[in-house]
Write a protein that binds this ligand. Sequence first.
Ligand code: AMP
Length: 288
Amino acid sequence: MHDNGQMTTTLFTDTQRFADWLTTKRNNNIVGFVPTMGALHEGHSSLFDLARSQCDLVVASIYVNNLQFNSSSDYDRYPRTLDEDVLVCQSRNVDAVWAPSQHDLFPDGQQLLTTSENALEYEGRDRPGHFAGVATVVDRLLSIVHPDRMFLGAKDHQQISVIASMSSQLHPHVNIVRCPTVREHDGLAMSSRNRFLTQSGRSQAPIISLALQHMVDTWRTGETEPTRLIAQATSDLQQINGATVHYIAVLDGNELQQSKSVKHGDTAIIAVTIDNVRLIDNMKFVNV
Ligand code: AMP
């Protein structure tokens, strides 16, 4: 503990040392785990804060998972900012950052897990193998951390669903905590990829969250027909120059089936590519 009440964050790159440290610290403590790929922003920090408020011990992992990228150039250009990331973790009182190398995490090579059906649609359809990569790495991380709670961002709606399926089978003791999406002042969901947008792309990207909000607002006036809400969002997104809209859908609650008639708790999801940057976002239909 520092004089200013801040704790010291310990950085581990060696997995054995990290595992040994956890063994000495675990006792009866509630262990909270926040898996990340680094390049930390306020969205990640909100997960650390929630974990801190609920758990005795907070552990973050930073691992840029090669298995979940669909092109090596996307993987290569993914931002790596470990020094700054450790400072962010320190400022949020994270107890330990674990940043293993690929060899350290998978000394015996990477065996891909098979994913459940919920990995096939939406992101899974457009990014073959993506969720198998996510599930494989999260499984490995969980098998070392054995947390009581894992904190995941609602921004990655489908990812939570896929991880929850894997985790309920392989790590049933882990409670998954769904954390709200943190946005920039203009509504754009924070993402490590936003930095790749051009100035013009960045200025148009908030249209995604505006389109989602517009869907919710229209639903609140009494429109429950998904196709009409989707048509409205399609038209809204046409304002973005040169964007590719991958999908717009309304899903049943936190499930991935399409909603037949939109109700409180359903989720609108959108994926759009702007400037070669794939952006995803979602919003819940909630009564005010
Ligand atoms: P990533 O580093 O992109 O793999 O994200 C690590 C975790 O942070 C995942 O659970 C994400 O869903 C979550 N996350 C990313 N962006 C945000 C955001 N804007 N708000 C809340 N959580 C987020």
